[in-house]
Design a protein around this ligand. Structure first.
Ligand SMILES: Nc1ncnc2c1ncn2[C@@H]1O[C@H](COP(=O)(O)OP(=O)(O)OP(=O)(O)O)[C@@H](O)[C@H]1O
Length: 576
């Protein structure tokens, strides 16, 4: 089946598509019961639809024309009952359909989101967020529409087509020959148009991603855009993007119009011909009026499904474009490998970090950040990590947090190789406060509690005190319950940093890293924050990175990063 589906799609690597369909099937399979139920409903629904013209035929031929009052009443009652049953079935169908569709859509999206959570900063650095968003939203919906809507409409189409053909032949096999001409003509036309539709759909999805990216990038940067008076330039950019989207959308609409319009015209021509020949037979008394009317209705019912089946063809093309775009996200591999059976970190850790002959370089960058370097970060000390801007200090921290693994050598905590640990377990024990503070919409308390959701109110109050946040909390209208607004826009840079420090305090880490964490507060507040951090984390390993000499002044140890080497400037005797 996957091979058949892949073969129906042009312009894409078959094997890749087969894999993609197999992946998609894993989300459809758990819903197989609901799918079978809906299929049965479709069978009943199609039977009801096919029954109605036959009842009309009987009403006209056996009731009206035969002047049989009993038959007239029976047929009228039968028509009412079939009508009610059809409506009830379509209501149930719609409800179950939406439920099934939603389940598949959400499980697909949740799965992708979980995968995205495993990817490194390198992935996010190299992608436009708007593009990822458009894949997660528009493309996933497109796939779901195909997986559910198109599949069921295909089933009803097949049932409708077969049923209508059987009834057409039953009514008049001679006139049914007309359908034999019509259907191949339609098929030929739609096959010819399909490439165009597919090409234009791909372009439209890319245009839509461009638009989302533009909005995602510029809206958060509005303050900067206003400060350099570039609003008009951005408006012009949006204008240009919208224009090119609209142009391509209109092109697609025209192509789709012709794709549908020609079969529609052919059907009208065939129906007119059937009326001409059948009408002649009725006048000559060789055929009954009810049969002619029923024949014309079934003719429409037979060509409709052909169109929707070939429409399914267009839907497959469209979906395959989206599926490929989604699979592109799915194929992005994490930069680190998860150990099959991760080592469990002991509850008691000293927090001794060792780099052993570690080399690391970013892809597509020639100069290595670290080359065969070894160093020890002694446990329970405050360690200043120094080096000029851009030398790789934050990269050393990223290695320590296992966003990346070294190309060679190993990094250990208390002699446990980081590669043997689950990143989540490691990051619970290492708290990082960096220059970029992430705050979410929600109250101040919720933000402070983010890394330690079980923290009690008392623990939060303590953390607030230690991070010098008491004054801020007292000045806010609802104290800790004050909502922070989008990305904490109501707080100053220094206040955000102290919120992040409070967050780290609650996390009770074994290792605390402050990467330019106090750069936005004045030196006096910084001294107080650092003194508090040193007091709260007195027995823990603290790594400080700062361009301010005062921040690092009281560090126990200094480790400098130069030319790919981590050099301990005042090495201590081996701990332990
Ligand atoms: N994801 C990445 N892909 C490729 N190169 C990167 C990536 N992240 C950082 N770099 C490069 O690696 C080098 C080290 O960056 P890093 O941020 O670690 O330096 P740093 O010492 O922390 O700098 P600063 O003191 O200015 O914060 C820089 O040249 C930077 O351009």
């Amino acid at each position: 089946m996957f091979r058949w589906l892949s073969a129906a799609i042009d312009g894409q690597d078959r094997g890749r598509l087969e894999d993609a369909f197999r992946w998609l099937y894993t989300f459809v399979k758990p819903q197989s019961k609901a799918i079978i139920g809906l299929m049965l409903l479709s069978v009943f629904g199609s039977a009801m639809v096919l029954l109605q013209p036959w009842l009309t035929k009987m009403l006209i031929d056996d009731g009206l024309l035969a002047k049989d009052y009993g038959m007239l009443v029976t047929m009228a009652i039968a028509m009412i009952l079939v009508g009610i049953a059809s409506t009830a079935l379509s209501g149930i169908n719609r409800y179950l359909h939406t439920r099934l569709s939603g389940k598949i859509l959400f499980s697909l999206r949740e799965h992708l989101y979980e995968h995205l959570q495993t990817l490194s900063p390198q992935f996010y650095g190299g992608r436009r967020i708007g593009d990822i968003l458009s894949r997660l939203d528009g493309d996933v919906s497109q796939i779901q529409r195909f997986a559910v809507d198109s599949m069921f409409s295909a089933l009803s189409s097949v049932l409708g087509l077969v049923g209508a053909l059987v009834l057409l032949v039953t009514l008049s096999w001679q006139l049914s020959l007309l359908v034999l001409v019509l259907i191949p003509l339609e098929v030929l036309w739609l096959r010819w148009m399909r490439r165009k539709v597919e090409r234009q759909t791909r372009v439209i999805r890319e245009r839509s991603a461009d638009l989302s990216s533009f909005l995602v990038e510029t809206l958060p940067a509005m303050k900067f855009i206003q400060s350099v008076s570039q609003e008009k330039r951005e408006s012009r950019k949006l204008n240009k993007l919208s224009d090119s989207y609209l142009t391509d959308l209109l092109k697609l609409q025209v192509t789709e119009f012709f794709t549908q319009a020609i079969p529609g015209t052919l059907t009208s021509l065939t129906r007119a011909t059937a009326f001409l020949i059948g009408g002649y037979w009725v006048i000559e008394g060789q055929w009954q009026l009810g049969s002619l009317i029923a024949f014309s209705t079934y003719l429409g019912m037979a060509t409709g499904p052909v169109q929707s089946l070939l429409g399914l063809y267009v839907a497959i093309q469209r979906m395959s474009v989206s599926l490929d775009r989604v699979m592109d996200l799915r194929r992005a591999a994490p930069d680190i490998e998860m150990p099959e059976v991760p080592v469990v970190l002991p509850q008691e850790l000293k927090g001794e970090i060792r780099f052993e002959r570690v080399s690391f370089s970013y892809e597509q960058r020639e100069d290595p950040i670290l080359s065969q370097t070894s160093v020890q970060f002694p446990p329970g000390m405050s360690i200043a990590l120094t080096g000029p801007s851009g030398v790789g200090k934050s990269t050393v921290i990223d290695l320590l947090m296992r966003y990346y693994d070294p190309d060679h050598g190993r990094i250990t905590i208390d002699d446990i190789d980081l590669k043997t640990l689950a990143p989540m377990a490691l990051r619970k024990r290492v708290a990082l406060v960096s220059q970029d503070i992430t705050l979410f919409r929600g109250s101040l308390a919720e933000n402070i509690r983010y890394a330690a959701p079980d923290a009690t109110d008392d623990q939060i109050n303590d953390a607030v005190k230690q991070a010098q946040l008491t004054e801020l909390v007292e000045s806010l209208p609802l104290g800790l319950d004050t909502p922070l607004g989008e990305r904490g826009s109501q707080l100053s840079g220094g206040q955000k940093q102290r919120v992040a420090i409070a967050r780290a305090i609650l996390q009770k880490p074994v290792i605390l890293i402050l990467d330019e964490a106090t750069s936005a507060v004045d030196e006096a507040t910084e001294a107080e924050v650092i003194a508090n951090v040193n007091r709260v984390f007195a027995d823990r390993t603290r790594i400080l990175i700062s361009h301010r000499a005062s921040t690092l002044a009281n560090a126990d140890v200094r480790i400098a990063l130069t030319d790919g080497q981590l050099i301990s400037e005042n090495p201590l005797p081996e701990a332990g």
